[in-house]
Design a protein around this ligand. Structure first.
Ligand code: COS
Length: 381
């Protein structure tokens, strides 16, 4: 049974229908095989791009679809339920476009956004470094002004789409003034001096390449600077507020997929003469799973609607990311339990969902960082 959704417009309904069709035909059938081979299916993201799904929340004049977050995020959820690497790919691409879309000047928006939102190009977001993850402001990659442009040196780590992206949104140090000494640069793939580490060998989400991005005397022109010099940390944090909603939507998608599989199995599997769904031990687990998923979805949609209404939403986004990804970990673990031995082998998808859930508690701010963001806001307000 597809998830029953209430969307704010008929266009939103059509987009969900389109997404479900693409997910069923082009995304879900390939997930297990590609994940186990660790292959990155660039062509699937091209299909999503050609269908307009890589620029949904951005203005139409630059090639976006001007969709509210409420719609965009439910599209991400549907894709993640079919294959997390693709849902997360759309979310990361959308995050990578945010700085130019919201902080770029008119010239940059006109020059860069149509390509970025048009579906052909794929973005990557470079904030973390080998020695700075949670403490993002401690980053050391440095851009020095030279002949009117910048020369960049340093190493970025854990970059989704590292090595396969068409452009890199890069946070780099332009002065030693802590968080205020960080600036944002737009660096196209193919720029001289840019190179990549081998893809990380991850527990899950193996179809989504994660790699170091290395800058050795990378020269970019002055108009690669997005926003003002020194504004990069705020841009990075504002981008992540939105990115965290994308991760929450991904988590709900994976949890929903795990729950759907567990429910179907529990209705079919018979032991002691009954369907295991009819045993209270299993039935109560399913009840908790369904309730948790509904609550997680309601929370990310609540944050999305705040954002759509132009209200501050960062704290609510952190709550949604925290709650939805912890929920996903619990639900996928319970799904494996309901499948018993069959849950622990690759013949069924639930072991993959459980491995995928783990990374969502870590990326775009660990859940400890989400608690920090929430508790600081509580103390401040
Ligand atoms: N939106 C806009 N500005 C923000 C912001 C947000 N969500 N959060 C913080 N800022 C601003 C602050 O207002 C502050 O500005 P002023 O200097 O003008 O006062 C500045 O940024 C520094 O903020 P803060 O003092 O809170 O920075 P901290 O170094 O304490 O770090 C955390 C804050 C821990 C929240 C941040 O480093 C973080 O989110 N870390 C996790 C990073 C992450 O998610 N990485 C994921 C990987 S993406 S590759």
């Amino acid at each position: 049974m597809p998830v029953e959704r209430v969307l704010p417009s008929s266009e939103g309904h059509d987009l969900i229908e389109l997404t479900r069709e693409i997910a069923a035909k082009e995304v879900a059938p390939r997930a297990a095989v590609e994940e186990s081979a660790g292959r990155f299916p660039r062509e699937v993201l091209r299909t999503l791009g050609a269908s307009g799904l890589l620029g949904l929340p951005y203005p139409e004049e630059y090639g976006g679809a001007a969709q509210p977050q409420e719609v965009y995020l439910q599209v991400v959820e549907e894709l993640a339920a079919a294959w997390l690497a693709m849902g997360l790919g759309v979310s990361v691409h959308t995050l990578s476009c945010f700085p130019v879309a919201f902080y770029g000047d008119a010239g940059q928006r006109e020059r860069l956004l149509p390509g970025m939102l048009g579906g052909d190009l794929l973005g990557a977001y470079c904030l973390s470094e080998p020695q700075s993850g949670s403490d993002a402001a401690a980053l050391t990659t440095r851009a020095v002004r030279d002949s009117g442009g910048f020369v960049v040196n340093g190493v970025k780590a854990w970059t989704t789409h590292g090595g396969v992206a068409d452009f890199y949104t890069v946070m780099t140090r332009t002065s030693d003034d802590g968080a205020r000494g960080i600036s944002c640069l737009h660096v196209p793939a193919g720029t001289g001096g840019l190179s990549f580490g081998a893809p990380e060998r991850k527990m899950g989400m193996r179809s989504s390449p994660t790699a170091q991005v290395r800058f050795d005397d990378v020269r970019v022109p002055a108009d690669a600077l997005v926003g003002a010099e020194g504004e990069g940390f705020k841009i990075a944090m504002a981008a992540l507020d939105g990115g965290r909603l994308g991760i929450a939507a991904c988590a709900v998608g994976v949890a929903q997929a795990a729950y759907d599989a567990a429910l179907a199995y529990a209705k079919e599997r018979r032991q002691f003469g009954s369907r295991i769904a009819d045993f209270q031990g299993v039935g109560f687990m399913l009840a908790d799973m369904a309730t948790t998923i509904a609550a997680a979805r309601a929370l990310y949609l609540d944050a999305a609607r705040l954002r759509d209404a132009g209200r501050p939403y960062g704290t609510r986004a952190a709550m949604a990311k925290l709650f939805a990804t912890d929920a996903c970990m619990r639900v996928t673990t319970d799904a494996v339990q309901i499948f018993g031995g069959y849950g622990y082998v690759e013949d069924f998808p639930v072991e993959r969902y459980m491995r995928e859930a783990k990374v969502l508690q870590i990326v775009e701010g660990t859940n400890q960082i989400q608690r920090l963001v929430i508790s600081r806001a509580l103390a401040r307000d």
